[in-house]
Design a binder for this molecule. Structure first.
Ligand SMILES: Nc1nc2c(c(=O)[nH]1)N[C@H]1C(S)=C(S)[C@@H](COP(=O)(O)O)O[C@H]1N2
Ligand SMILES: [Mo]
Length: 443
């Protein structure tokens, strides 16, 4: 039997109907020990709610506990965040939201459908100010000539490039692992592919001098740690020099030709494709060139690491036996039609979706309508550039009415295919690249 998705996707009204106080905590991180009868939001909750409502809330301190903001009155489906549409909000952080597969049908993911994964609290939009004066510092022990650039200087001094880059959270698909792994219970939607414009990270690093002993870079952003402790970073990850110096690694300020959405890193972010999106630092204000593996927040311990050797489900793995994730694995999505829709029987049905393979290209795309017993070749397009996802499509015939599942399977340029059900379990639930399956009712 197909396993049920453990992540509950429910609307804000349903969420509040059960236990509004708990709902507040889920949505805004409103802590039970920190409110009076009126229900003060913790600062983190306020930032989340303000972002969701599109602005500062002057009377926030007067908001009753468990209140659904009237701005969401019309929402009965997925809860939406200002500037985002149809995303499903996960339940263990203020703002982490994923995109249902049918909303990833555009060639390039529009801002409103691009997922959000925050480890900490985004900078206050009002505090960002004049973005031309936004500063990026390049430093680190392996940088010969540390410098600061304003965004305007970066734009003026270096050549601009645009690439479509697939960003996928390392934990995408986590919800299917059993025993479950802690962390955001992502289903399939912590992924998107959009056009990013900026300057090459390489050009900027070279202008600041890369010492011979450089092996890694690390980034810092302007968001704060959930605790608001200014000595702690929300996240500060990086990649080996080789990856940093690739053509497609950008310091970007444009998203599909527009400003980067606030929750996705406005005004400046690092874009490094093919690897867990956690290496693409948002609200970017500092890059360090390191003579050792970067040791920032979430580089150590078990974060963004998998067991170096495969282990039995549920096994405990020592930190020293965990390896940093590099390239993401081959994967695909069915973005049309929407799962669960009932279709009238007809000659052929059109299916389509996206496929990507980390640092590699997808070479073959197949679909199955019989739970993986047989596979039919789908049409697969080339990526618009390296590290962009690829569009696939297939025309399928169903002989009779009934319930079907359509499964999609991609194979990368090294011949590695997606596993049909689940890949190897790992302690933190990363890299689930199982075949995407949708329900198709033919009536
Ligand atoms: N400064 C900063 N950068 C960050 C994060 C963050 O919390 N803060 N989250 C990372 C993670 S884990 C992911 S998956 C991607 C998510 O990018 P998105 O929110 O634009 O989808 O950003 C990465 N960059
Ligand atoms: Mo992530």
């Amino acid at each position: 039997m197909p396993k049920c998705n453990k992540k509950k996707v429910i609307g804000i009204h349903e969420l509040h109907a059960g236990d509004p106080i708990a709902a507040d905590k889920i949505l805004w991180g409103r802590e039970s020990d920190s409110y009076t009868r009126r229900g003060f939001l913790k600062k983190s909750g306020l930032v989340a709610m303000a972002a969701a409502l599109g602005g500062f809330i002057p009377f926030a301190s007067k908001m009753p506990r468990g209140l659904i903001p009237a701005a969401f009155a019309a929402e009965s489906e997925a809860f939406s965040i200002e500037g985002k549409e149809g995303l499903m909000v996960l339940n263990d952080r203020p703002i982490n939201a994923e995109t249902p597969p049918h909303l990833l049908d555009d060639e390039f993911t529009p801002a409103k459908h691009f997922f959000v994964r925050n480890n900490g609290l985004p900078p206050d939009p009002g505090a960002i100010g004049d973005t031309s004066k936004w500063e990026l510092e390049i430093a680190g022990e392996s940088c010969t000539n540390p410098q600061k650039f304003t965004l305007a200087e970066l734009q003026k001094r270096f050549k601009h490039y645009t690439y479509a880059i697939t960003l996928e959270c390392g934990g995408n698909g986590r919800s299917e692992f059993n025993p479950p792994a802690k962390g955001n219970q992502w289903s399939t939607g912590a992924v998107g592919c959009s056009n990013w414009t900026g300057v090459r990270l390489r050009d900027v690093l070279e202008a600041c001098g890369i010492k011979d002993n450089a092996i890694y870079i690390g980034y810092y952003g302007a968001d704060s740690h959930l605790s608001r402790d200014p000595t702690k970073d929300a996240i500060s990850r990086g990649v080996p020099m080789e990856k940093a110096l690739e053509d497609e690694s950008l310091i970007a300020w444009r998203f599909n030709g527009e400003d980067i959405p606030h929750l996705n890193g406005f005004p400046l972010r690092l874009i490094i494709g093919g690897w867990p999106a956690s290496v693409s630092g948002k609200w970017l204000n500092k890059i360090v060139i390191r003579n050792k593996v970067h040791d920032g927040q979430k580089m150590n311990g078990q974060a963004y690491r998998i067991s170096c050797e495969s282990v039995a489900p549920g096994a405990k793995v020592a930190d020293e036996d965990m390896c940093i994730i590099h390239s993401m694995p081959v994967k695909s999505l069915i973005t049309y039609p929407k799962s669960g829709v009932t279709h009238a029987l007809k000659d052929t049905f059109e299916f389509r979706g996206k496929a990507w393979a980390g640092d590699l290209e997808v070479e073959k795309m197949e679909v199955s309508i019989d739970f993986g017993s047989t596979w039919q070749l789908a049409k697969l397009e080339k990526p618009v550039n390296r590290l962009a996802w690829q569009i696939w499509s297939a025309k399928l015939k169903f002989q009779q009415r009934g319930y079907y599942e359509v499964w999609a399977r991609a194979t990368d340029s090294k011949g590695t295919a997606q596993p049909t059900i689940l890949p190897g379990w790992n302690p933190k639930g990363y890299l689930n690249n199982a075949c995407h399956r949708i329900a198709v009712q033919v009536a």
